[in-house]
Design a protein around this ligand. Structure first.
Ligand code: OOG
Ligand code: NI
Length: 318
């Protein structure tokens, strides 16, 4: 029969969502993302062609509107119900954003050596636009879509897994209004809860690509455009978290007024977490994820957000 221990977390308490169901929802979110975004698809294929061992995801990231129950909590509940733990808050006052990250439960019945959503469960990074700090015109547009579908917020995970907006399709003029003030706001209006990016865990690769500088060079040599905001490599002040990302792909989007425009969709990120100073003496073969720099960094994240900005999308390569 089915073992009851398979959905207990490290503290022995039962999670309220079974692991196979939880992983299949993540898998659907990933499928929507890979079908819409050729760059992440090619990057994953290319990395797997060199490094055919386990490919782990460091984290998954989502964007939300912080208003009327549509913010971080609307999507976080799915992860919390599975046993994720809320960790730190990050604030981005200039961008009028805040974010929370969530740590996965320890115990899981992952297939040994499983890759991606079948591997070690990723962290989750969810941000929200501080809608009440936007201009009244922008607030009016966001309220129009969130207030006319007030129950949409209850189906955030479903919306993400299906790749369907929980609200109606906007007018192209509304998208433009938001984009002038916040490219994040425009992105969220058109992409909703769709996976914003997955992040490859660079240090868990087995080939020479397990150093982020090598991986960046490898991708740039093959013509992939990386987000150059503040420099391609983003390094936390403590030196332990190194991140980079591609520039988002564009998607042809049909607005409700019949206008079709190319709009930013999703990107792929890379993260290398170094061994913490207190574990420098642990033999390399005994190093686990828990010995490495955890969490996120506001200075890195601030630049990574710009992977979907027009300025990065229209940049020439090199
Ligand atoms: C999230 C940007 C921040 C990270 O890992 O710090 C981020 C976004 O673009 O929504 O992904
Ligand atoms: Ni990220």
């Amino acid at each position: 029969g089915v073992s009851m221990s398979s959905n207990k977390d490290s503290h022995g308490s039962s999670s309220q969502v079974a692991e196979p169901f939880f992983r299949s929802v993540l898998g659907q979110m990933e499928t929507v993302y890979l079908n819409r975004n050729p760059t992440p698809r090619s990057v994953l294929e290319l990395v797997r062609s060199v490094d055919d061992d386990q490919l782990c995801y460091d984290h998954l990231a989502f964007r939300t509107f912080g208003i009327g129950g549509y913010g971080i909590d609307s999507l976080a509940s799915f992860f919390l119900d599975y046993g994720y733990t809320q960790m730190d808050e990050l604030r981005f006052p200039a961008k009028k954003l805040r974010a929370l990250w969530f740590a996965p439960p320890h115990a899981s019945s992952a297939v040994p050596g499983g890759s991606g959503v079948d591997g070690p469960l990723p962290r989750v990074f969810i941000s929200e636009l501080l809608v009440d700090q936007m201009s009244t015109q922008t607030q009016d547009v966001i309220r129009k879509y969130t207030e006319t579908s007030p129950n949409g917020r209850k189906y955030a995970a479903l919306s993400s897994a299906l790749g369907s907006l929980p609200w109606g399709k906007p007018l192209s003029s509304e998208f433009e209004q938001l984009a002038r003030e916040s490219e994040y706001a425009a992105w969220t209006l058109a992409n909703g809860y769709a996976l914003n990016h997955v992040t490859i865990s660079v240090h868990r690769l087995k080939s020479h690509l397990n150093k982020i500088k090598k991986l960046n060079q490898f991708l740039e040599e093959r013509g992939f455009k990386l987000n150059s905001e503040g420099g391609v490599l983003k390094v936390s002040p403590d030196g332990g978290l190194l991140q980079s990302s591609t520039v988002a792909d564009s998607l042809s989007f049909k607005f409700s007024d019949g206008v079709t425009k190319s709009i930013p969709c999703s990107y792929i990120e890379f993260a290398e977490r170094l061994v913490l100073p207190q574990f420098q003496n642990v033999p390399e073969s005994d190093i686990k994820e828990c010995h490495r720099r955890d969490g996120f960094e506001v200075g890195n994240a601030d630049k990574i957000f710009e992977s979907t900005n027009q300025e990065q999308l229209s940049r020439r390569t090199g």
